[in-house]
Structures are given as C-alpha cells and as structure tokens.
Design a binder for this molecule. Structure first.
Ligand code: KG4
Ligand code: ZN
Length: 357
C-alpha cells in the first residue's frame, strides 16, 4: 500500500509517499520512504519573532501542490499509484490544518481513495521506528516539541498512555523564548544548542524545575524567568565589550541547556523505572538537540536502557511521519479511522482519545 502524507499543522509544509511493503515484510521501515518534500516557513515568520497563523495558512496553499509534484517525481510514481491519503488532522493552527485537510480530502475524493486524519504527535511518536535501531513495543516516548512536552507509554500503534506533561511552557517554547532573551532569531532551539557549546560550565546556578516533584510532570516557565533575571543583572553592569557579552550569552545558554536537559533526562528515567520499560524513544523538534542526546546516551549505557532516535531530518515536522503513522493505522485491524468527506480538523486534540481499542 502506498500512502501519501500531508503535514500542515504549523509552519512546515511536508509531503511524502510511503510504501508499507518493507514494514509488512519485517524489513527496516525506512526503506518504505519513496519520496519526501518539505518547505519550512521559518524565514517568513522570523521577522515577526514567531509564527503568524494567517501567513502560515496562505503559504501552505502556495506550497502543497508543488511539493506533491516533487515527491511524486522523486518516487517515480503517478497519482494513480497512491492507495490512501493521510493528513494531519490536529492538533495545530486551525487555518493551517484546514489547508492540509481540504487538499487531502479533495485529492482522495477525486481519486476515489480512503483518507485518514493523523494526530500530529502520533507522527512524532512513531517516527523513531524509521530510525536505524527501531524500538520494540512497549516503549516510553519523550515528546519534546515547540508545543508539547510529554512522557508517553506506547504499547503499540494507537495504544498511548500519557504519564506526565508540562504544566506551562513546552521545552521547545522554553528554548525559543530563551533564545529571544539572548538575542537569537526565532526559532532559537538549534542556535542556543550551538551557542551553549562555547559556554563555560557552572557559571550560573539556574533552577531545575520539578526535578524532585516525585511525578512525571514538567514546568519550564520558571527557568525562562531565571534566564531573564540573569540578563537584566548583566545589562545593569553596562558592559559593552563584545567578547565579554558573547561569553555571557554562551555561559547562560550552557546553564540553560544543562538545567533543561537534566530535568528531561531525570523524568525519562523515572518513567522507565515506573513502567519497567527498557526502551526510550526521543521525538519532536527538541529531539534534535545534541546535548540532550548525549546525556540520554550516557545514562542509557550506565543504567541499562536503550534510546532510539528518529533520523535527524525527521525530528522536526515533516510529511514522512504523517504518511507513516497513517499507514500503520490503516494496517491495524478494526481501525475504523478513515475519515468522511467533511473537512474535519481538530486544532486541540488529546492523543489518548484517538486510541485504537
Ligand atoms: O516538532 P517541531 O518541529 O514543531 C512542533 O510541533 O512544535 O519542534 C519545533 C521546536 C522549536 O521550538 C525549536 O526551537 C526546537 O523544536 N528545536 C530545537 C532544536 N532543533 C529544533 N531545540 C533544541 N535543540 C535543537 N537542536
Ligand atoms: Zn511537531
């Protein structure tokens, strides 16, 4: 079965074609990726310091058809070869989701194909199965994106249990807000990570929020405020020497990354212990963070668990994960999840409510 995937939930337009044959014959799942095309709107939103929803929707409209053509050309396939259309049904920006839903539904109807709405986070959760060392079910997923920070127990496709989540800012949001405070462009996750490499250790004692809360929830807004306080203190010194300012930013970036990573790692270990799982999956945009990966790898070696990552280019939003998650749902028995003709989006959508029973 060849599934077309359409992702338009936020500021990336992603289109991909996935063939389920390798998955069904127990070969590496990544062999099923036949074509993938992506357009990031980051440059367009940058001057506003964040995503402008209306601009995002309009840009998805412009991009989606050329990206479909590009994916088809890459795969050497034609529209008639597609067996089903998967699209991100939610959560995300309503207008942006509507573009993907309308496009996917119209195409499916025109080609007389089933269409399936995919939960964006399910796409992220299952994408490590496309990595070099695929995890076995059940596993714990640490989902860290611009909008979400969650620990999930994944017992199978469509079998998700929320163990804990952020009470305020998401990890990616904390990265982006801190980046702004340090004068970096939106979205600043990757830039902070790079800057932190030039920072010296132990220059600031930033909080590690909820590290000892005894549960699996997170809170990052206090960490961001602590960074803001350090920035204000530094500004009061009126230091103008560029090297000194740059070193301050790097040191603070390092302290921020270390605090955030310490909390993410500690809570992930607690989730593993609590559930008895031995496999941890890292998913979502912040999953591209190299400091987080290094810290998890170190703990895994020391404490006897395995960490699985999606390929780096599939950490942030993309069409492949939607095609793949849609395909696995369609293969699941009694999934009953193909959608009707209506443009039915779910801007707010609890992943567990979409579980397969
Ligand atoms: O999953 P994603 O592409 O979009 C959402 O669904 O939110 O995640 C985007 C988030 C942004 O906040 C971005 O700053 C963060 O992922 N990010 C990173 C890195 N690369 C992207 N954060 C830390 N380190 C990185 N290398
Ligand atoms: Zn995402």
């Amino acid at each position: 079965m060849i599934v077309l995937g359409i992702e338009t939930s936020c500021d990336e337009t992603g289109v991909a074609l996935y063939n389920t044959m390798p998955w069904e014959s127990a070969q590496p799942a990544s062999l099923g990726i036949l074509g993938q095309a992506l357009h990031s709107q980051i440059a367009m939103h940058r001057e506003y310091g964040g995503v402008v929803p209306e601009l995002a929707s309009r840009d998805h409209i412009r991009r989606v058809l050329p990206l479909l053509d590009e994916s088809l050309a890459q795969s050497g396939l034609a529209l008639k070869d597609i067996d089903a259309v998967a699209y991100t049904q939610g959560p995300g920006l309503a207008g942006a989701l509507l573009v993907g839903s309308a496009f996917a539904k119209s195409l499916a109807q025109g080609l007389n194909l089933p269409s399936i709405g995919v939960h964006h986070l399910e796409g992220h959760l299952l994408s490590p199965l496309l990595g070099e060392t695929a995890p076995q079910f059940p596993f714990i997923a640490l989902l860290v994106s611009g909008g979400h920070t969650q620990l999930m127990k994944v017992s199978g496709v469509g079998r998700y249990e929320l163990l804990g989540e952020t009470l305020d800012d998401a990890a990616g949001e904390a990265f982006d807000k801190t980046a702004k405070l340090l004068g970096l462009d939106y979205p600043g996750g990757a830039a902070i990570s790079k800057l932190a490499e030039k920072g010296r250790p132990s220059q600031f004692d930033l909080p590690k929020p909820m590290l000892h809360s005894g549960d699996l929830d997170f809170s990052f807004s206090g960490l961001k405020t602590a960074v803001l306080n350090q920035v204000k203190k530094f500004q009061e010194k009126n230091i103008t020497d560029a090297t000194e300012v740059a070193q301050f930013h790097a040191d603070l970036a390092r302290a921020f990354v270390e605090s955030l990573v310490a909390v993410l790692v500690s809570k992930s270990e607690r989730a593993l212990k609590q559930t008895g799982c031995k496999h941890l999956v890292l998913a979502g945009g912040v999953g591209a963070n190299l400091q987080l990966r290094a810290a998890l790898n170190e703990k895994a070696t020391k404490n006897g668990f395995e960490v699985h990552y999606p390929p780096l280019d599939l950490c942030t939003d993309n069409g492949v994960m939607i095609a793949f998650a849609g395909a696995l749902r369609l293969l699941a028995p009694n999934n009953g999840s193909t959608t009707s003709g209506a443009f039915d989006i779910k801007p707010r959508w609890d992943l567990q409510s979409n579980n397969l029973v």
